[in-house]
Design a protein around this ligand. Structure first.
Ligand code: FEO
Ligand code: CA
Ligand code: CA
Ligand code: CA
Length: 652
């Protein structure tokens, strides 16, 4: 019992053994309920799910999308926030074989012209869903079909461009000659939310959906815009300048006209952002908040809030040897803006105040446990002593150009190439930031020279666009197959922080099992992450995995782990969790075969933990008796609600 009279927080479940089943495994005394799987109708027009349901553009536009990832909850009223709320959820990408199972797979997946209706359906299976959910008297959850709040945002929805790119030449297209709008958000992976009550859908693996076959630019190469054919060949549905031209030709960004307002050469520059969604008002277009940088955004997490101080957001670029970023608003936090769920509030105007003007920084992690935030502004001085705008070949006031080339700017400033940053989360009391670094096959030994495989045509200097990078203090294992979780705390000086490794992933059999994990908590490829504040300065850190590593996968499917970080200290060890205290890290849930486990939050009363099961192989079990008997179902990503049978708080 502490001085405050409250008991310290303790996890009250036995760590699970590994499992490899077609089901979600939870501790004794808990239940796991499937909620809103792919295809669940938001309106009563949508047919009931069947194993042989033929998906159409119309059905998919009014149903839950595919491959659930990040999500967040938005209350509908005081006092009911743990029983009824709006769930905003990312639909990252698609499983074409499941989507088109009734017709034996997609048409012309690899070559030839894709049919327009298949492409429209696939476009509508991406994006964001806002869905009204409710707990029933029997304790089970359901979604409210035909709720006026239910809404889909897809890879075709019209949206606004905010921040430095808005109205700039960089984003002028045939669709928006003024450079103020675009269509669609894509590959929304981890998510974010704002303190004023909006959702952030973060654009991650979007570059491969666009092709460019001539006049490629530096950022096309750096970010990985495709050559030849896009990931799903959507651009082929445009055919020969037919009626579909504007609908699908935008995925081919090769210049075809005299200037940018006649074609889609700039379409890909309208992607790669944090996208702000007002979950309460379906009449409002989403806004791409470009001041927060352009890259493969995993997610976005607000830092500790202090009245009168700027609002801070952390984010990461999930690619090998890319960077961690922080955005610091120009506007100071006004507590009157907190969670504005009330009607007649312009939440996106509040968003513009905090997110359209501010400073973007990239992180350098130093070997002494300190770190520096490097401002990405035109006048910043690069590590070789030039002005950043000069080093990038930009005009002195071109912040929009810095944003288009965010990654090159971070290279030039000397940011630390990381082992694929995935989710972050913040302890709101201490301000500690945790972030998963999932793995890195392009991390090389200490005495190797880095290689530079991207960075494009007009920057050909060492230090720009790492292909491989040697180990560094924060990323200390070559050919890192299992990842780590780091944490840092910003100092009062906005440009400084202190950091340490929290835990290293590993299989028990690995020689570099640096945190001493056992069969009860071995994990690889940490991805989802959430600091679950339980009050009194205490909380649970939930860690989810997306595992491609046989050493662990031979023993268990992807999983959810939990630990109470408070009071744990690294001492002389290489990580905070280590041989002496690793038993505090416990396996709480294991997902079905073939999946990754992602997207996590609990209701405010902590009695229901919501997670997502993405790309399952053979789950959830079908109502169709024939398919069930055959032991094979049409897989559907889904949200899962984990609750205690006795209705108590999850985890404790
Ligand atoms: Fe979509 Fe980085 O996971
Ligand atoms: Ca994923
Ligand atoms: Ca992820
Ligand atoms: Ca991942």
């Amino acid at each position: 019992t502490s001085a405050s009279g409250k008991k310290p927080l303790r996890l009250a479940f036995e760590s699970l053994r590994g499992a490899r089943l077609d089901s979600v495994v939870v501790p004794e005394g808990y239940t796991a309920q499937v909620l809103i799987p792919w295809g669940a109708g938001l309106t009563s027009d949508v047919p009931e799910w069947r194993e042989d349901l033929e998906m159409t553009p119309e059905i998919q536009a009014n149903a839950i999308g595919m491959h659930h990832d990040g999500m967040y909850h938005f209350p509908l009223g005081q006092g009911s926030e743990s029983r009824e709320f709006l769930l905003a959820i990312n639909h990252e990408y698609i499983d074409q074989s499941a989507l088109w199972a009734p017709r034996g797979g997609p048409t012309n997946a690899q070559e030839g012209q894709r049919p327009a209706d298949e492409v429209r359906t696939e476009i509508n299976a991406h994006g964001v869903a806002v869905v009204h959910v409710k707990k029933q008297a029997d304790g089970r959850w359901r979604h409210v079909v035909d709720s006026p709040y239910n809404r889909r945002i897809t890879n075709a929805s019209e949206m606004d461009i905010g921040g430095p790119l808005a109205g700039s030449d960089y984003v002028k297209t045939r669709f928006s000659p003024q450079g103020t709008r675009t269509r669609g958000t894509s590959n929304n992976c981890g998510n974010g939310y704002t303190p004023w009550g909006t959702y952030l859908a973060c654009e991650e693996n979007w570059p491969g959906y666009f092709v460019r076959n001539a006049q490629r630019r530096r950022d096309d190469d750096r970010l990985g815009i495709a050559s030849g054919r896009g990931r799903y060949g959507w651009e082929t549905a445009a055919g020969d300048a037919s009626e579909h031209r504007d609908e699908f030709a935008r995925f081919d960004t090769t210049p075809t006209a005299a200037d940018a307002t006649g074609d889609y050469r700039n379409e890909a520059r309208t992607y790669g952002y944090q996208v702000e969604v007002d979950p309460y008002d379906g009449s409002r277009r989403a806004v791409k908040r470009t001041a927060m940088g352009r890259f493969r955004h995993e997610g976005c997490w607000p830092g500790k809030l202090v009245a009168g101080e700027p609002v801070v957001f952390y984010s990461g670029h999930d690619s090998r040897n890319e960077y961690i970023y922080k955005f610091v608003s120009r506007a100071a936090w006004d507590p009157a803006d907190t969670n504005r769920s009330d009607a007649n509030v312009d939440r996106l105007a509040i968003g513009a105040k905090y997110l359209d003007e501010g400073t973007l920084y990239a992180a350098r992690f130093d070997a002494d446990g300190r770190g520096e935030w490097l401002a990405l502004t035109p006048e910043a001085v690069t590590r070789d002593g030039r002005r950043l705008h000069e080093a990038l070949g930009l005009a002195a006031d071109d912040q929009a150009g810095i944003i288009v080339h965010t990654c090159d700017a971070a290279d030039l400033m000397g940011a630390t190439p990381m082992d694929r940053p995935e989710w972050g989360t913040v302890d709101p009391t201490s301000g500690d930031v945790y972030m998963t670094l999932t793995n890195n096959s392009q991390r090389t030994a200490a005495d190797t020279e880095p290689t530079y495989t991207h960075g494009g045509s007009d920057i050909e200097e060492p230090g720009v666009g790492y292909g491989t990078a040697p180990v560094n203090a924060a990323n200390p294992r070559p050919d890192n197959a299992t990842g780590q979780v780091i944490r840092w705390r910003d100092s009062d000086d906005v440009t400084r922080f202190d950091w340490e490794v929290f835990v290293f992933g590993a299989a028990t059999s690995d020689p570099d099992n640096l945190s001493g994990l056992t069969e009860l908590n071995q994990f690889a490829s940490p991805d989802g992450l959430w600091y679950d504040d339980r009050g009194n300065g205490d909380g649970i850190l939930w860690i989810q995995t997306d595992n491609g590593y046989d050493g662990v996968a031979d023993d268990t499917n992807d999983q959810v782990l939990a630990v109470v970080p408070n009071g744990l200290q690294a001492g002389d060890a290489r990580s905070v969790l280590n041989e002496t205290n690793q038993q505090h890290l416990k396996r709480f849930a294991v997902g079905p075969n073939g999946c990754e486990v992602t997207g996590i939050f609990a209701t405010p009363d902590k009695t229901a933990l919501f997670i997502n099961i993405q790309h399952p192989g053979n789950w959830p079990a079908s109502e169709d008796a024939t398919r069930q008997a055959a032991g094979k179902v049409r897989p559907r990503a889904s949200t899962v609600v984990i609750q205690k049978l006795d209705g108590g708080q999850v985890g404790v």
